[in-house]
Design a protein around this ligand. Sequence first.
Ligand code: ATP
Ligand code: MG
Length: 256
Amino acid sequence: MANQKGGVGKTTTTVNLAAALASHGIRVLVIDLDPQGNASTALGVDHHSGVPSIYEVLLGDRPLDEVIVASTEAPELFCAPATIDLAGAEIELVSLVARENRLHRAIQSMKREVDYVLIDCPPSLGLLTVNALVAARELLIPIQCEYYALEGLGMLLRNVELVQAHLNQDLRLSTILLTMYDSRTRLADQVVHEVKEHFGDRVLGTTIPRNVRLAEAPSYGQSALTYDPTSRGSLSYLAAARELAERGFEPNGADV
Ligand code: ATP
Ligand code: MG
């Protein structure tokens, strides 16, 4: 999940898609790659400074398996937490060998078997996001249904092309998810129309509505699916997860 624009729903999407997949017995690992640690919080996972975290994996060669913890959400939902230490990683990574490949290598040598790895990126295009793009096969971009939603997207797409050309041929922009849709505004419909025109069938049929339950859930250390399973927000993420799972993955799908 990446978009360098802040507050577009990356973390909410990561956590609730993970919870939705896990509620069907699918094994999911969430990698929190944001120093803010919001995904860790929302999954009820401790992430105070000093907790073994993705920072040690990227900077200290600690095996990913050693920092993964079970979430309180579902038996098959795991999390590699992020602590505030990760804030220094963007700079500390610069001087390291294979700095763009560190997350990819860590995932490849992971012993735990999972069906999905979901990576929650920070709101920047720095080395943390590049590590995620190098490690991933699919990119999901959450787009908020607001004015300016598409601004800055060009820069993200150029980065994706660079990563595809030089670091990860397998990367595909497979999915666009429209978030925080407010049916009362005409503007939201315009954004939906524009995004669909631009990205075609890569846009999921499911749109995530603006729903206060989605915003409340993290303060209880829960996904919305646990906090209020029948809320509109939860149902929409369940539908989005179903769509994703049914689509599967086409290794040779369309390019950016
Ligand atoms: P950042 O760039 O800071 O990491 P983000 O892209 O991960 O942000 P979120 O943290 O998921 O975005 O969402 C931003 C804020 O909007 C949060 O307070 C979240 O609870 C709220 N939010 C996200 N999606 C919805 C929604 N569909 N309805 C209502 N509130 C939402
Ligand atoms: Mg976030």
